[in-house]
Design a binder for this molecule. Sequence first.
Ligand code: DAT
Ligand code: MG
Length: 137
Amino acid sequence: MPEQKTFIMLKPDVLKRGLMGAIISRIEDQNYFIERAQVMELDKQMVAHHYAHLLNEDFYPELESYMLSGPVFAMVVTGDNVIDGMRKIIGATDPRDAAPHTIRADFARNVTENAIHGSDTEENAAIEITRFFNSYE
Ligand code: DAT
Ligand code: MG
């Protein structure tokens, strides 16, 4: 299994509801390592870049206002096969479709407020880490 890096972001309501610790425990329980982390506020431009593939969707305004509703917690997480491994413990985009015991099944409120982002490919992980942390090391 390859050692990889992925970009993980805990979305605003996770910070508001005090769920950061519970979700970080699940990441560490997989023996993944949190290499970099910061609480930060996004702006419209960062949300537009991060969700560029969704700009024309009718739900984009709702997604944008959710992502701007408070600070997020951005992380670089490393580990064996961590990109797919994190997607697996995160669960499906819509929590109604997410497998039992996944982070979204347990913590997401709905498809918009779905608690957490995880990169889907190595290419996107590198782009997202660079966008949020200014460098890919
Ligand atoms: P994922 O976050 O599982 O990679 P995605 O990249 O397709 O999913 O979408 C990014 C975010 O956009 C997702 O976490 C929540 C929002 N979103 C996606 N599909 C949606 C929908 N049908 N209605 C509302 N929000 C949606
Ligand atoms: Mg995605």
